[in-house]
Ligand binder design. Structure first.
Ligand SMILES: Nc1ncnc2c1ncn2[C@@H]1O[C@H](COP(=O)(O)OP(=O)(O)OP(=O)(O)O)[C@@H](O)[C@H]1O
Ligand SMILES: [Mg+2]
Length: 184
């Protein structure tokens, strides 16, 4: 099924600024902001609560089933800290945000993260886990890694995203992509 509008995935380690950027972009484009964490909670797309990490245990099949129709329609900005379980065909553009470790540490600490949760998220960023995941999951031409340290970076990232959406929606969707994986 071809889409008239593109779908964008904004991913990156927690705290790198996905929701801030996705929300601004949604306001400017009229695209729908699909914040996976919020959907998981609001629509029970999980397998319970993880006491250790203080978060819901996301059920990937439920998330993909729930989103399939709206992703087929296009016009979505998906915001999530992981990216390897979505069908590759869903996305025309994948933006991976990265933040310098010290800046990220302060952001997460201010948010009240500590102990294992803080440490594991910083390690994730140091090891470029999400960048690797994105490169392994999507074709090279659609993955862009964007610095997200400052408000100026956010402005630049908005410009990048807006220019991508300026003309690439139909082209990206119509061109299709090799279905490397189909988990849903
Ligand atoms: N480019 C940026 N420059 C400076 N501050 C930023 C930038 N992006 C986001 N922030 C700030 O960092 C904090 C985290 O941002 P945000 O909630 O958007 O991150 P996130 O990636 O969505 O995190 P999570 O994965 O946990 O939902 C917020 O206080 C936000 O205002
Ligand atoms: Mg967020």
């Amino acid at each position: 099924m071809s889409r008239k509008l593109a779908n964008v995935l904004i991913t990156g380690t927690p705290g790198t600024g996905k929701t801030s950027l996705a929300s601004l972009l949604a306001t400017q484009t009229g695209f729908k902001h699909v914040e996976i964490g919020r959907y998981v909670k609001e629509h029970d797309l999980h397998d319970g609560w993880d006491e250790d990490l203080s978060c819901y245990i996301l059920n990937e099949d439920k998330v993909c089933d729930f989103l399939e129709d709206r992703m087929s329609a296009g016009g979505n900005i998906v915001d999530h800290h992981g990216c390897d379980f979505f069908p590759e065909r869903w996305f025309d553009h994948v933006l991976v945000l990265q933040t310098e470790n010290g800046i990220l540490y302060n952001r997460l600490e201010q948010r009240g993260y500590s102990g294992r949760k803080l440490r594991e998220n910083i390690e994730c960023e140091i090891m470029h886990v999400i960048v690797e995941e994105a490169r392994e999951s999507y074709r090279e031409g659609i993955v862009r890694v964007l610095k997200s340290d400052t408000v100026e970076d956010q402005d630049k990232n908005m410009d990048v995203a807006l220019s991508l959406l300026g003309g690439a929606g139909e082209q990206g969707a119509a061109a299709g992509s090799p279905k490397k994986k189909q988990r849903c």
